[in-house]
Design a binder for this molecule. Sequence first.
Ligand SMILES: C[S@@+](CC[C@H](N)C(=O)[O-])C[C@H]1O[C@@H](n2cnc3c(N)ncnc32)[C@H](O)[C@@H]1O
Ligand code: SF4
Length: 269
Amino acid sequence: MIKPKFIKIETTNRCNAQCIMCPHKTFNPKRLMDMPFETVKRLLDEATWKPTVQLSGFGEPTLYPQLVDAVKLCRKKGMPCRIYTNGMLMSPELTKKLVDAGLTWFIITVDGRDKETFEKIRVGLNFETVEYNIKEAWKICRNSKTTMKLGSVICKENKHDIKNIERYWRPYAHNYRAWIEIPLVHGRVPTSYKTCGARGWRPWTQLVVRANGNVPFCCIDVADEYPIMGNVHESKMLQIYNSPKFNELRRRVKEQRNMPEMCKLVCLR
Ligand SMILES: C[S@@+](CC[C@H](N)C(=O)[O-])C[C@H]1O[C@@H](n2cnc3c(N)ncnc32)[C@H](O)[C@@H]1O
Ligand code: SF4
């Protein structure tokens, strides 16, 4: 039985931004929702093999009312946990609560060092607020057990300045990394075809649960466009992850034969 090293629980798929490289803005508003906290609790109960838990997916986790409680529960059960956040609502108060709850690490993605570039990419967010939150968060985290990371998505709007962006933000976190925009928004960057099959990667190591309980084959299927593998309201996570349907897709990816279309479009490597 495959037990994923990571589970990604999409606590909410609501967001307070419309970043230009992110497919979130194309989601049907009718499917925007928070995962009921009862479901989060049940998934954490099921995760007896103690994977690392990511409490975010395609949405902004700081909008989830029970985020701090979810972190506490992960830690009580002995599981490391992490979030990706856009930083807009990471006030010093929330950061302190998350650190006290035992959050293992968080990453704030900040794609510019100036207001103009940042707000052109992270549409709907305010540069000064995010900058303030980052600098205050660093004071709270630098000597805590929580690792604070910063990162940037390298895209055509900021790539000319990426070295300076790194130089600007690096002093305010334990680490910083930049990664290249993945073609998730039609027409922005050319698609690349690099299957993860040969290396047996994401669908072998990560299990993704969307806010509505759907389990996609891979996190790349951001909008449940491809056949979903199951739903946690109907089956246990590990049953879905080890189902004949899931294994058949893994086999096809590994053999690079008759692969799911999403693997041909892009691979989140
Ligand atoms: C989907 S967001 C969700 C969490 C949170 N809202 C945030 O922005 O950090 C998770 C990560 O994906 C990144 N991301 C979004 N669109 C991307 C793309 N097309 N290519 C690469 N990374 C992307 C974001 O910058 C963020 O670091
Ligand atoms: S990258 Fe994060 S903050 Fe930006 S739209 Fe996507 S989910 Fe929202």
